[in-house]
Design a protein around this ligand. Sequence first.
Ligand SMILES: Cc1cc2nc3c(=O)[nH]c(=O)nc-3n(C[C@H](O)[C@H](O)[C@H](O)COP(=O)(O)OP(=O)(O)OC[C@H]3O[C@@H](n4cnc5c(N)ncnc54)[C@H](O)[C@@H]3O)c2cc1C
Length: 179
Amino acid sequence: MEMPELRLRSRRCRATGVRPNSHLARRVGIEVSKGVVVNYHLRTSHPDVFAAGDIAEHRGLLYGSWAAARYQGSIAGMNAAGLGVEFGGLPRSNPLKVLGLDLVSMGQVEPEDGSYMVLEEEYDIAYYRFVFHDSRLVGAVFVGDASAAAGARKHIEQRTDFSKQLRQSVPAHQFAWGL
Ligand SMILES: Cc1cc2nc3c(=O)[nH]c(=O)nc-3n(C[C@H](O)[C@H](O)[C@H](O)COP(=O)(O)OP(=O)(O)OC[C@H]3O[C@@H](n4cnc5c(N)ncnc54)[C@H](O)[C@@H]3O)c2cc1C
């Protein structure tokens, strides 16, 4: 895929990010690592305190996205009300617009070892990449056509078994359109 040349010269770029403000938690003795450490119920090291969103570090991960914050907030709220709801993690997903192209990366996009399988293709003006583990989709990258991103996300969360499609050697663009 040809990418237009990026000319910076005298242009200024500014970027911002998400950094948890954990000062208050530290001061009251709640465990803090990169963020406020929470367990599967989003409970902090203090049994009466729950954390969700940008501040919460779950299994070493800070999500830094609005959707994750909202989802975690609902689970933390339910647990604070006495329900035993578990947060099992979310596939990390980053939708961006790069040089006018839609780009979405979610979940695990690099295989860890030979037990993973990668299905990828440049097709027309788009690039599709799918990473499977034990025939289950664990990650995906879309460049230029992200219309199947929501479907991919759903299948990652539901741990859908794609062994049949993988046996049929479906090209990546067709796999994307079938999601
Ligand atoms: C510039 C920018 C662009 C972004 N764009 C996107 C995007 O396109 N898509 C996406 O998914 N996410 C985006 N994010 C990330 C998203 O905004 C956050 O992940 C989300 O808002 C997290 O929600 P939160 O409730 O955890 O934290 P926040 O939304 O930060 O809410 C925390 C609240 O707590 C308040 N607070 C802090 N300390 C105290 C205190 N001591 N006492 C009382 N109140 C306090 C703060 O004032 C704030 O209102 C963006 C973030 C930034 C900075």
